[in-house]
Design a protein around this ligand. Structure first.
Ligand code: NAD
Ligand code: UFG
Length: 339
């Protein structure tokens, strides 16, 4: 079975490509390298001792897509390609709608022409918006995303649901990721953000390695266990495993299905700092400052549907996530750039 992985050179994509190959799938990666380096795939190749077919190109490029689908006999598509920065999406919404929404439509159109009927989409907990009760359940209403990035995910879920209704042969799974973190235990692949990280764990790990002086903890007065924000951090290898389970589930489903991928547990910002310190033996300097605009107090998944239906459950805890993040950071202080 051959799987097209768009965005396969990126953070979650590279970990998933590794597990797909380990699981016996053939993989073709399409990535425009706008937020990644091909070095991630070279490292996956070294882990699996196998060459990975790679097409450098854009999901918005019809010619690239049609030649890819005629060259390879694709059975299913896992679609990671997309821009994901919340702040950037507020500044450049048009870029986000073109890249994420229009790009996904081009991809679906090319799949339709090539008669490819299985599609897994990277959605996000952000679709639950600001007012959803926790834990989030898949049937809760979605919308009111806090930024254009989030809105692209809401729009795409709607498009996918409409498409699955219109074509009874289409099988579509949307996976709503909570807060992906961690790295492969080898330390060979991991998260390599551009510039100063916006997300908590990459920021902490750059404080630990000495690239950044101090973490700003956004808000100490939320109605949570210790006043700081609470999130459902999920190990990237657990997420990757969720995609393999979803692919296997295609045989027993029809239409459109949504699954939360999270641990089902919330962890506060201060608890993450504590776990990182324990896992790395490093002290993290931090200061509690004002809340960040657009943040919610708490977000965590009800992940029982994925467990019951897909047979998937997260196995790593927050200490493992921090240990693996630190292992990756220490071995690759400049990410995939040569050191
Ligand atoms: P990433 O930026 O590391 O990976 C995305 C990959 O897609 C990159 O390699 C990038 O070069 C590529 N890409 C972007 N636009 C493209 C285009 N037009 N054509 C071809 N390739 C393109 O991000 P990630 O963290 O691995 O996220 C993967 C997916 O998961 C994204 O869709 C993201 O929105 C979603 N997601 C991520 C998170 C998270 O916190 N990391 C949370 C929820 C959902
Ligand atoms: N935080 C800090 N300091 C920082 C960065 C973050 O205190 O420097 C706090 C935030 O205020 C929040 C928590 O750490 O309470 C997590 O923040 P992240 O930025 O790491 O993650 P978010 O939950 O805000 O959002 C992330 C992705 C979104 C995605 C969402 C759900 O950035 O794209 O997870 O999947 F939609």
């Amino acid at each position: 079975m051959t799987i097209l992985v768009t965005g396969g050179a990126g953070y979650i994509g590279s970990h998933t490509v590794l597990q797909l190959i380990e699981g016996g799938f053939d993989v073709v990666v399409l990535d425009n390298l706008s937020n990644s380096s091909q070095e991630s795939l070279r490292r996956v190749e070294s882990l699996v001792s196998k060459a990975i077919p790679f097409v450098e190109g854009d999901i918005n490029d019809k010619a690239v897509l049609s030649s890819l689908f005629s060259r390879y006999d694709i059975d299913a598509v896992i679609h990671f390609a997309g821009l994901k920065s919340v702040g950037e999406s507020v500044k450049n919404p048009i870029d986000y709608y073109i890249n994420n929404v229009s790009g996904s439509l081009q991809l679906l159109d090319a799949m339709r022409k090539a008669n490819v009927k299985k599609f897994i989409f990277s959605s996000s907990a952000t679709v639950y918006g600001n007012h959803s009760p926790v834990p989030n359940l898949e049937h809760y209403p979605i919308g009111n995303a806090s930024c254009p990035y989030g809105t692209t995910k809401v729009m795409l879920e709607q498009i996918l649901s409409d498409y699955a209704k219109a074509d009874s042969e289409m099988k579509i799974i949307a996976l709503r990721y909570f807060n992906p973190t961690g790295a492969h235990p080898s330390g060979l692949i991991g998260e390599d953000p551009n510039g100063i990280p916006n997300n908590l764990v990459p920021y902490i790990s750059q404080v630990a390695i000495g690239k950044l002086a101090k973490l700003a903890v956004y808000g100490g007065d939320y109605d949570t266990v210790d006043g700081t924000g609470v999130r459902d951090f999920i190990h990237v290898d657990d997420l990757a495993a969720g995609h393999v389970c979803a692919l296997k589930y295609f045989d027993s489903m029809s239409g459109y299905e949504i699954f939360n991928l999270g641990t089902g547990h919330g962890v506060s910002v201060l608890q993450v700092i504590d776990a990182f310190e324990k896992a790395s033996n490093q002290k993290i300097k931090y200061e509690i400052v004002a809340r960040r605009e657009g943040d919610i107090a708490s977000s965590w998944a009800d992940a029982t549907k994925a467990e019951k239906v897909l047979g998937w459950k997260a196995k790593y805890d927050i200490i493992d996530m921090m240990k693996h993040t630190w292992n990756w950071q220490k071995q690759n202080p400049n990410g995939y750039e040569s050191q």
